[in-house]
Design a protein around this ligand. Sequence first.
Ligand SMILES: O=C(O)CCC(=O)C(=O)O
Length: 272
Amino acid sequence: MSTLQEQFNRDGYVLLRNQLDKDIINAIYTDARKIFATQIKRVTGKTVDIDDRDTFENAMFEFFEKDFDGFVSTGKTVQHSFPLHRLGVDPVIENLLKEVGLSAPIIGARAAMQFNSRFLSKGGSKHWKLDAHQDWRTGQGSLDSAVIWFPMVDAGADIGALQVIPGSHKIGLQASTTSGYQGGITVELKDEDFVQTEFKVGDILIFSAFLIHQSGNNITNNIRWSVQLRYNNLDEPTFIERGYPMAYIYKPETELVTPNFPTVEQLKEVFS
Ligand SMILES: O=C(O)CCC(=O)C(=O)O
């Protein structure tokens, strides 16, 4: 067993320094900001420099305030970017998963990105911070399923990097309010049991889907941009036995998002 796997099995996570190519992370981060910038222009009329962090993020907040639905759908669109998905199947990631014991890794859920800030929330902390939870409840895949989490900006306590309870992956699936993203563990947890993680761009956290973790508290005025990748192990016996369950449900809208759209003229124009 590799030292990495020993650590992973013991603590439920490993935090690896300088693991990912910064250019790859920057490509994901840049694409996300460019996608937002197009919609910021539509909604606010402003052309923003995506590299001017404070100005760009203030424009994000303005977009959020002016067109909530547009912001939410843009936030979803960002999750479908090519660079994000390319990373999800990169050999570097595949090998790391194998090193911590997932002998035949497979994607457990669509790659995800979060942009956490209290200025991007309508429902108080509920909508920008996740309470203590175990990801296995949402994925319900192999018992050794693992999550990769990393920020695309340097992230410590102030900007709310993830907090984890070492060893909590071995105490079983805890009772929780719901199985959705907003669910939280209902049994009493001690604040002092949580360890605050800290990252430089390039560092990544791999953790067991049973590890109890929660969002940190972003007290800064900046957005904490992060990525989450989720995997199962096709070789894990109970996963095979349970018929490879897939608890993530992606489904189409039942109604047209834009009523009476498109016109025949618009289609003719596109295909002219
Ligand atoms: O990034 C966060 O603050 C929370 C992410 C998380 O808990 C998860 O993806 O399971």
